[in-house]
Design a protein around this ligand. Structure first.
Ligand code: NAD
Length: 263
């Protein structure tokens, strides 16, 4: 089997990544940066987000597993002292693959150029000048005009990240859906938004249409993009999915409990 290891880059993560690499080589696994079947990220959730974005062109062939060198992560859920066990699992046992939905983001510009992104966590949109003012269309129908700090469109697995900080619901990642959460909407006699986070199913499209020609700050996971001349930003559940290598059960709600409630 071909593998790659991505480290966060700090001494601790580099050391652990090297240890995993030499152990996997002893088992005759092949180090391959361009076409790995499994990618092991060592660091935190951010390291796994980077690993995902490096291989979005081969999601059908590559699966991911994360080791954390800081606190327990949602994607980086293997502890440093468990890596020997993990190496043996990777080398010796056929493992299960768990697939989670992704968000497709299409940014259309006034010159008809379109950029397509895949998000594992979310896409957030803010204005570079004053409040964000955008029409929000759902399935082609105007739903509301949003005025406020910004909007966050998250995947179910990203629902525990930025979305949660915005008061969005935590969704089980088996739900083929995405969520739209508001950031500080202006609500008074003139401006009105629904105020609650919305969960949309697969095949429902959410389109954001700017009301004025300003620049936008768009994030896709950890990536920060400045977008000019934006005609629309369209989000929906992507055709592609992320594949995680599962070597042991770690139920989602247990992870939520351990991360947010109690160990
Ligand atoms: P970072 O270093 O600022 O870390 C953000 C934190 O989010 C880390 O503690 C990480 O473990 C956690 N995280 C990432 N994905 C998660 C998930 N799916 N569920 C639960 N926690 C998760 O930034 P980074 O490491 O580059 O990660 C980028 C992510 O940061 C973005 O995708 C976004 O979700 C998150 N973020 C959160 C806030 C907020 O909570 N107010 C604001 C901006 C960005």
């Amino acid at each position: 089997m071909k593998y790659n290891i991505l480290s966060r880059g700090d001494d601790n993560s580099n050391m652990l990544a090297n240890k995993i690499k030499s152990s996997l080589q002893e088992f005759d696994l092949i180090f391959d940066e361009s076409e790995p079947e499994i990618v092991i990220s060592v660091g935190g959730d951010g390291t796994l987000l980077e690993a995902f974005h490096k291989y979005t062109h081969r999601l059908q062939e590559t699966s991911f597993v994360g080791v954390h060198t800081g606190h327990l992560g949602f994607y980086a859920d293997w502890k440093p002292d468990e890596v020997e066990k993990l190496v043996i699992h990777i080398a010796k046992t056929p493992f299960k693959i768990v697939e989670y939905p992704l968000l497709e983001v299409m940014i259309r510009h006034h010159d008809d150029q379109t950029e397509r992104y895949l998000a594992l966590n979310e896409c957030s949109v803010k204005s570079m000048e004053g409040s964000l003012v955008m029409d929000i269309e759902i399935k082609g129908e105007l739903f509301e005009t949003f005025r406020g700090d910004g909007l966050c469109l998250s995947t179910p697995s990203g629902s525990t990240a930025y979305n949660k900080a915005l008061g969005g619901a935590i969704l089980h990642p088996s739900l083929l859906s995405f969520q739209l959460a508001e950031m500080a909407s202006i609500n008074n006699r003139v401006y009105r938004t629904v105020g609650s986070p919305l969960v949309l199913p697969q095949h429902h499209t959410c389109m954001l249409k700017p009301k004025s020609d300003v620049d936008f700050q768009v994030t896709v996971d950890h990536l920060n993009l400045v977008q000019k001349q934006v005609k629309s930003i369209q989000c929906r559940v992507a055709e592609e999915k992320i594949r995680f290598s599962r070597f042991r059960p770690f139920p989602f709600w247990k992870r939520v409990k351990e991360s947010f409630v109690a160990e």
